[in-house]
Structure formats: structure tokens, C-alpha cells
Write a protein that binds this ligand. Structure first.
Ligand code: IMP
Ligand code: MG
Length: 175
């Protein structure tokens, strides 16, 4: 494995504070509602786990597995789904939990797919909003951090499946 230099962008402490704030907003917005969180694997696994522990309302938890990147840092433009939701979403409030919104392709694709299950609503919570490369406008209702540029790793985010385990988020210096 090639070891790239990494520059710290968000510390574990900063992430924890943000996750708590997001959980407060989400708990308030969905109080008394039948909420299903749909996490996008693999990137959102850590964020999802931390977020649900901070919620003060009951929720159901499900996952989809989507990949838009073959094995590199730029989107292939093609999205493949290798795991679908398993909870019945009909009439329920759905909140997608995503690690990063980049081009917007993944979220656009997922929203359209989940809409076919006829939920009461579909909203999005993204830990990181990278607006720089947005090609498909897509609404994000709960945003953690806005980050302009760079390829990020850690806290679930990978580069070729490496770095997901790191507790902080780094900018990967690929030269
Ligand atoms: P989009 O379809 O271009 O919006 O890409 C979104 C997906 O690409 C996210 O779910 C991430 O998994 C991945 N992605 C986008 N930017 C980064 C990054 O900086 N680091 C790691 N993964 C990223
Ligand atoms: Mg992802």
C-alpha cells in the first residue's frame, strides 16, 4: 500500500460536537414521527452509529450499499446498488444518512429509488457537503460540515478501502 501524507481537517472532538448538534436537530424535527434512518454503506457506517446513539427519539435503522466510485478518487458516474433496504418504508418518514455529498449523483439516484417505496417523506443528512463538484442539484436538509475541496479520508471515508478506521478526518495529499 502506498502511504500518502495526511493533513488533519476535522478532529474526533469536532466531529463529536457536530454529531450531537445534528442529533438534536433531527430529534426535534422528527419528534412523534415514524422515522427510518437509511445509512449509505460503507462510508456512513461510523457516522450512523454515532448519530443514533445521540438521538432522543425512537428510530428504525436500515442500510443500502451503493458505490459510485470504482476504485479511485473521482466518480465513475455509474451507481451500483448491492444491498437494498429491508424495512417497509411505505408511509414512513425516511432520512438518508450519507457521509459525503459530492457530485450529488449518489443522493439523486438513491432518493429516486427510495421514492418507489412510497414513504411519507425523504430527507437527507450528510456529514460533509462538498459543493465544489456538485453536478446534480440535490437538497441536503441536515448538513454537518461544508468543505470546499480535497479528497477526505477517515471516520468511515476511504481511498481504495483504506483509512476508514481512522477516528479523525484528513485531507489525503495525493500530490
Ligand atoms: P457523489 O455521487 O459524487 O455525490 O459521491 C458521493 C460518494 O462518493 C460518497 O458517498 C462518498 O462515499 C464518496 N466520496 C465523495 N467524496 C469523497 C471523499 O473526499 N472521500 C471519500 N469518499 C468520497
Ligand atoms: Mg458513500
Amino acid at each position: 500500500m502506498v502511504e500518502y501524507d495526511k493533513k488533519l481537517v476535522l478532529s474526533q472532538a469536532q466531529i463529536n460536537l457536530k454529531v450531537k448538534a445534528l442529533a438534536r436537530d433531527i430529534s426535534k424535527a422528527y419528534s412523534g414521527k415514524d422515522l427510518v434512518l437509511v445509512g449509505v454503506l460503507n462510508g456512513a457506517f461510523m457516522f450512523m452509529a454515532d448519530l443514533v446513539k445521540e438521538l432522543t427519539i425512537p428510530v428504525k435503522v436500515d442500510f443500502v450499499r451503493l458505490a459510485s466510485y470504482g476504485s479511485g478518487a473521482s466518480s465513475s458516474g455509474k451507481i451500483s446498488m448491492t444491498k437494498d433496504v429491508e424495512i417497509d418504508l411505505k408511509g414512513r418518514e425516511v432520512l438518508i444518512i450519507e457521509d459525503i455529498a459530492d457530485s450529488g449523483l449518489t443522493l439523486d439516484h438513491l432518493k429516486k429509488h427510495l421514492a418507489t417505496f412510497k414513504p411519507a417523506s425523504i430527507k437527507v443528512c450528510a456529514l460533509i457537503d462538498k459543493k465544489e463538484r456538485r453536478t446534480i442539484p440535490t437538497e441536503i436538509h441536515f448538513t454537518g460540515f461544508e468543505i470546499d475541496q480535497g479528497f477526505l479520508v477517515g471516520y468511515g471515508l476511504d481511498y481504495n478501502e483504506e483509512y476508514r478506521y481512522l477516528p479523525n478526518i484528513y485531507h489525503l495529499m495525493k500530490g
